[in-house]
Design a protein around this ligand. Structure first.
Ligand SMILES: Nc1ncnc2c1ncn2[C@@H]1O[C@H](COP(=O)(O)OP(=O)(O)OP(=O)(O)O)[C@@H](O)[C@H]1O
Length: 947
């Protein structure tokens, strides 16, 4: 197993996007060994049976072959599973059928030997390996490779050649993109043998140059035993992987843009125009490039030398620039033809140009119609995606694709430049401006016939094809488009197939997705071509049956459908671009083998899927290829021919030899009747032939055992490789996981910092601006809300205040009433007191008067006494007790007091101040009784009076 470790260095483990590229490379050597052994067995059986059939007339052989071909025409069965295991099972099964039949056949006479030959051919066909005859002047080709024209006599005839898809190869000057150590980028791995044939030499670094054959042994090749510097054979033996390929045309590294255009582009452009003599309309065409990234596809299709660095730059559009690619040259060519035609009296022509790209399985217009303001439609929401439509008549078109009328080269090239700018491109490890999409340039030549046909319809056509209907007739019957017909050429620059590991796409999610979708759509194109190949009537060496061609599984193949199957398929050309540098070798070889497949496709069939549908309907039961083969074996077996069963144990010698009637009775195919006349073998005796067949059978048996052993080894090897791939994948997934996690973390950080800086950097950023506008709106809303709330609050407050005031007023009124009552009561009390006071005053005056009278009387008495008896006078107490009571000193009744008060003079009521006393308050008796604290009367000094 360690021997195969080096293979694994170049195995690309499936990318996270699911690409499985590279896995098949890991076990090629074992496969080659198995297949070479099978081939050796097959060829010996073939040789023996051919020898046995020496006596058969050539005409009979031809008849049988034609019968075989007729049978093969019916051979298409519904979709087949072509997995390796199935094929191997079928092959082994067929081997046993073959051995049994050979045994039987060997006992038959010459006619029977022919059947053995047929069977061996079927065997060969089932295995799918055409043995290429070695060219003595060239190193032998790698085994297991079906090569189109290397076998003598199998090169297509001229008529066949015309029916095949045109595939051209362009080899760019070698560049080592990655600058790998030890890899000299200038050494080419491709040798141009003729203008249609190349040979490839696998470099040491590639998967294909790992094993050499020395004698009968396969030896792991060390570096010293590898290819010498020029990439030729080493002395140690034949280098596996040296292969030859054949195409419609090969252009070496020194080829020019002009050569490419004149050989490939110009005939397609010329075919678009109506025939001058017959007036027959031209035919649409498709030209596309295929290749790995950096192989020179864009260089071939678009080229350079028409871009303006500044607006003021002057470019001479009257002649071709040497670096112009197919598009600028086609434009020049088409316009000169259109102008010539319009000067003549024939139908008037108008050129329309459109440009689209298929990016991530979405179609975008690269030259969208500008709106009245400026910029493309719906600029904010991103470019609009377009839809692919199929008309009722099967025409495929892109709805809504803008068509721009072009009347001079400058106008067209300006549009091409604009489209180039709009196209998705990105820089990767290999190509600084790698295309990330399939771009399609469409030149439509519209014919205007009849009176209105002077190009007037052009203006109305200059819009997006929004009004495109699903009926082709509308093109010539609707309004201004009446009398209009058109032919179209699509010039397609496909995105390069790539390994994410090499381009570095693995480190970027978007690029990974792009790469996965690009590879998927290219794979689908190849699947379509392979399936188309399966549909074709074959002479030999083809896989049985054919499934549905999956045109509609990707946008690209859906668009190409009519150009690969319909009548215009004959006007489809494919340019395969390759970089012959050593580090591109493995991918280049992939592309070359795809191109070989494409080259084998016949384009004359009308509708592959229609044929499939009919076949699927006819055969309700799915027949496996093995069953089909067995049926054919039965059909051509001698027993069947004689109307007997394969299992019939009756000895051959006892069977009737040429019983055509019996065959007819048994319902056997009439064709066998032609085969039956047997002739004796000329040259060798029958016994010798039988011996040889017997010997070969034995050898076959031994080899079968060897094959089984090798298959076991192959299975072990595969499982080991699988294990390693799984390990590598797991590692990669772990790495990716880590990377994604760290990326998520850093993105989170970025998001955070963006949030914080966002408020400062709002201006200038349209998103931020809209956010600010939004915030402003919200602020305005808040302010309005606040105003509304404030008003409400004011109203509420006023209402509250009003309620409060009413309450207070009511309380005050109540208080006032209470005070009035109190006041009234106090006033009454006061009057009463005044009256009492007046009465008391009057009483006190009366008392004073009586006191004065008494005092006078007393004084008189004292004087008299002094005078009369001074002695006695001295013994008398100076404070004599008045014994005399005043006659008026009685308490007056209340009525009397009031009478007295009313008579009292007001001036008698003096201020207490005048007597050195303070004012007191008149108190309501009720309040005094209640012990009220606040002894101030609300009426103030009004009630002040003398106490
Ligand atoms: N035949 C050639 N002669 C000179 N230069 C070439 C040739 N082919 C390609 N180049 C140059 O190689 C570079 C890559 O070529 P280009 O972009 O055409 O590759 P590509 O196949 O389109 O790649 P991708 O698929 O990544 O877009 C360009 O700079 C181009 O000018």
């Amino acid at each position: 197993m360690s021997e195969h470790r080096d293979d694994l260095e170049t195995v690309a483990p499936p990318s996270p996007a699911g690409s499985r590229t590279g896995f098949v490379f890991s076990v090629p050597s074992e496969r080659c060994r198995v297949s070479s052994i099978c081939q050796s067995v097959d060829s010996r059986v073939f040789a023996a049976t051919a020898a046995a059939s020496d006596g058969v007339e050539e005409s009979k052989e031809a008849e049988i072959e034609s019968t075989e071909e007729a049978a093969e025409d019916d051979f298409s069965s519904p979709s087949l599973n072509n997995t390796r295991m199935e094929m191997e099972d079928e092959r082994l099964d067929l081997n046993s059928v073959l051995s049994g039949t050979m045994e039987e056949d060997a006992k038959q006479e010459d006619g029977n030997a022919v059947s053995v030959k047929n069977l061996s051919r079927l065997f060969e066909e089932n295995d799918g390996r055409a043995t290429a005859a070695a060219n003595p002047t060239r190193p032998p080709l790698a085994p297991g490779r079906a090569n189109l024209k290397t076998e003598e006599g199998t090169a297509p005839t001229k008529t066949e050649e015309e029916k095949l898809l045109s595939v051209y190869l362009r080899i760019r000057p070698p560049v080592s993109a990655e600058g790998k150590e030890g890899v000299d980028g200038s050494i080419s791995t491709i040798e141009v043998l003729s203008d249609s044939t190349i040979r490839t030499y696998p470099p040491l670094t590639s998967n294909a140059a790992k094993v050499v054959r020395t004698g009968n042994k396969l030896v792991k090749m060390s570096a010293s035993k590898s290819l010498n510097e020029e990439g030729r054979n080493s002395d140690e033996g034949e280098v596996l992987g040296v292969k030859e390929y054949n195409y419609s045309g090969v252009f070496g590294p020194s080829s020019t843009q002009k050569e490419i255009y004149e050989r490939i582009g110009a005939p397609l452009v010329d075919g678009l125009f109506p025939e001058e003599k017959s007036g027959e309309l031209g035919e649409s065409a498709l030209l596309f490039t295929l290749g790995v990234t950096n192989a020179g596809k864009t260089h071939t299709v678009m080229g350079t030398g028409f871009e303006k660095k500044k607006k003021s730059d002057k470019i001479d559009y009257s002649t071709h620039h040497k670096d112009w690619g197919i598009i600028p040259r086609s434009l020049h060519h088409v316009l000169s033809r259109v102008n010539n035609q319009n000067e003549s009296s024939g139908p008037k022509l108008q050129l329309f140009m459109s440009y689209l790209e298929i990016y991530n399985e979405q179609i975008y217009d690269l030259l969208p119609v500008k709106t009245k303001q400026s910029g493309p439609k719906r600029p904010i929401l991103g470019p609009e995606t377009l839809k692919l439509r199929e008309s009722r008549r099967g025409r495929i078109f892109v709805r809504g694709l803008a068509r721009h009328p072009v009347s001079n080269v400058q106008q067209g090239l300006d549009l091409a430049e604009e489209a180039k700018k709009n196209r998705h491109t990105a820089s990767n490890n290999i190509n600084a401006a790698s295309s990330r999409s399939h771009s399609i340039c469409q030149f439509e030549i519209a014919y205007y016939r009849g009176p209105g046909g002077s190009g007037k319809g052009a203006d109305s056509d200059a819009e997006a094809s929004e009004n495109e209907t699903d009926d082709d007739s509308s093109v010539s019957s609707a309004g201004s488009r009446k009398g209009r017909q058109s032919t179209i050429i699509w010039i397609v620059d496909l995105a390069g197939s790539e390994r994410s590991k090499r381009t570095g796409a693995i480190s970027h999610t978007r690029h990974q997705k792009e790469a996965a979708l690009i590879n998927a759509s290219l794979m689908n194109l190849m699947r379509c071509l392979r399936e188309m190949l399966n549909h074709q009537p074959k002479k030999r060496g083809a896989k049985q049956g054919a499934g549905v061609v999956p045109f509609r599984e990707s946008k690209l193949t859906h668009m190409f459908m009519n150009h690969l199957t319909g009548p215009s398929a004959s006007r489809t050309s494919m340019i395969v671009n390759v970089n012959p540098a050593a580090d591109d070798f493995d991918e280049t070889q992939h592309v070359l083998s795809y191109a070989t497949t494409a080259r084998s496709v016949k384009v004359s069939m009308v509708d592959y899927n229609k044929k499939h549908r009919i076949l699927a309907k006819e055969s309700n039961v799915k027949l496996s290829p093995l069953k089909k083969i067995k049926e054919l074996v039965k059909k051509f077996s001698p027993q069947k021919r004689k109307g007997t069963d394969l299992n019939d144990s009756k000895p051959a010698s006892k069977r009737p030899r040429n019983d055509a009637a019996a065959t007819k009775r048994a319902g056997g195919p009439v064709v066998t009747k032609k085969i039956l006349p047997a002739r004796p073998a000329s040259g060798r005796s029958q016994r010798d032939v039988l011996d040889e067949v017997e010997k070969l059978r034995e050898e076959n048996f031994t080899l079968k055992i060897t094959v089984d052993d090798l298959e076991q080894q192959l299975a072990d090897c595969e499982s080991e490789v699988r294990k390693e791939v799984v390990e590598i994948m797991t590692e990669q997934l772990e790495d990716s996981k880590e990377w994604y996690e760290s990326r998520i973390e850093s993105l989170k950080q970025q998001l955070k910092s963006l949030h914080t800086s966002n408020s400062k950097q709002v201006k200038g950023d349209s998103d931020a601006q809209s956010r600010v506008n939004e915030l402003y709106e919200r602020i305005n809303e808040c302010e309005e809300e606040m105003t509304r709330m404030r008003e409400e609050h004011e109203a509420e407050k006023a209402k509250e205040l009003l309620n409060l005031t009413n309450l207070q007023v009511a309380e005050l009124e109540v208080n006032a009433l209470a005070h009035e009552d109190e006041l009234r009561a106090e006033r009454e009390e006061k009057e009463k007191l005044l009256m009492e006071n007046g009465a008391l005053k009057h009483q006190s005056e009366e008392l004073r008067a009586s006191h004065d009278a008494l005092l006078a009387k007393y004084n008189e008495l004292v004087a008299r006494l002094q005078r009369d008896s001074p002695d006695t006078f001295d013994s008398i107490d100076p404070e004599p007790t008045c014994e005399l009571s005043s006659p008026n000193y009685h308490k007056l009744p209340r009525e009397r007091c009031s009478n007295v008060a009313s008579t009292a003079a007001p001036e008698d009521i003096k201020s207490p101040k005048s007597k050195g006393k303070k004012w007191g308050f008149l108190r309501s008796p009720a309040k005094v009784a209640a012990g009220q604290k606040d002894n101030r009367s609300p009426l103030g000094d009004v009630n002040r009076t003398d106490s």
